[in-house]
Ligand binder design. Structure first.
Ligand SMILES: Cc1cc2nc3c(=O)[nH]c(=O)nc-3n(C[C@H](O)[C@H](O)[C@H](O)COP(=O)(O)O)c2cc1C
Length: 171
């Protein structure tokens, strides 16, 4: 549908997809039509007016399918309003965010053509019961037992509303 905003997410264990769905819900409640898709299902950006990309950090950079999405759609993304959020930090103190923030910034610098109107970094999730090989054996993750979920839903909603204010005049 013309005028739609694409909310595309990369995810391995689902937490980023859930944040993307919450952002989509906020957009819809504010009367903005969205399409919510896994990045791997996006064929063409031609009909969208703006893109919100959600991607988790893994091993110090954006998850590979997220990077592939940026590379594949680089030309279109360089010409349209783009907003980016990432999941990563597994603690909610300031010190927990410093390294993931650097990882996100460095990862995005690889695509200078894409200039997000805003970027956000939200706390992530570790659920030991879901982790598959080899993630299960990553030693730094052992301390997050059995489940750590530091997603701040209020911060996520506030960011979505701020993003809507930025995007509405451009839709
Ligand atoms: C194997 C593994 C490696 C991770 N590496 C990082 C990292 O380098 N930096 C970071 O900030 N978060 C890292 N995380 C945390 C994830 O970004 C977080 O768990 C996120 O919520 C996962 O998103 P998903 O459920 O959508 O896959 C890692 C998580 C796992 C399981």
């Amino acid at each position: 549908m013309p005028g739609e905003v694409l909310i595309a997410y990369a995810t391995k264990y689902g937490s980023t997809a859930e944040v993307a769905a919450a952002i989509a819900k906020t957009f819809e409640e504010e009367g903005v039509a969205v399409e919510l898709l896994d990045v791997r299902s996006v064929r063409d950006l031609g009909d969208y007016r703006a893109v919100v990309l959600g991607v988790p950090l893994y091993n110090a950079r954006m998850l590979r399918v997220g990077r592939r999405f940026l590379a594949r759609h680089l030309r279109a993304l360089a010409e349209m309003p783009v907003e980016v959020f990432a999941l990563g930090p597994l603690g909610d103190e300031e010190k927990d965010v410093i390294v993931p923030q650097k990882q996100l910034d460095r990862s995005l610098r690889r695509w200078p053509e894409i200039r997000p109107l805003s970027t956000a970094l939200f706390g992530g999730v570790i659920d030991q019961s879901k982790l598959r090989f080899p993630d299960k054996h990553a030693p730094p993750l052992k301390q997050f037992f059995p489940t750590t979920d530091v997603r701040d839903w209020q911060a996520i909603e506030s960011w979505a509303i701020g993003v809507l204010d930025q995007l509405k005049p451009k839709l």
